[in-house]
Write a protein that binds this ligand. Structure first.
Ligand code: CO
Length: 137
């Protein structure tokens, strides 16, 4: 099993604004995409083998918009790469871990994702992401 940190998700009011800092560090955006089912626009910044994911809400009722309203900008979630997110889903359920969704769902970049509820993960929202077969991440 290949456990590594795929990315760290940061909630930001504006990707353009946030990029002033990250680009000053010499980092560049891989790609930007909208994930309409999540109500977010996502900018991925490669950092070595890992990535930073900037999450800008596109709807006031999205989870990221609510996070920003409640807590302000900051670290939103930690994402671990998964070789098989359906298997992780089943294993965690069997272990009594609380998952956010009934089953893995489509995520950014053609990935399949599931989230572990912060109640089951020491207060941290943990994303598990299985890359799309086409994407060597
Ligand atoms: Co993420």
């Amino acid at each position: 099993m290949n456990r590594r940190i795929d990315h760290i998700g940061l909630a930001v009011p504006s990707i353009a604004e946030a990029l002033r800092f990250w680009s000053a560090l010499g980092l560049a955006v891989d790609h930007v995409e909208e994930v309409p089912q999540e109500g977010v626009r996502v900018a991925m910044i490669r950092v070595g083998e890992s990535r930073i994911e900037l999450l800008e809400p596109t709807r006031p009722d999205s989870a990221v918009a609510k996070f920003l309203a409640g807590r302000g900008p900051g670290i939103h979630h930690l994402c671990l790469a998964s070789d098989d997110v359906a298997a992780d889903d089943a294993r965690l359920r069997a272990a009594g871990v609380e998952l956010v969704r009934a089953a893995p769902t489509p995520g950014a970049g053609g990935s399949r994702v599931q989230f572990v509820h912060p109640r089951s993960a020491g207060g941290v929202l943990v994303e598990l992401a299985q890359a799309s077969p086409g994407e060597a991440s």
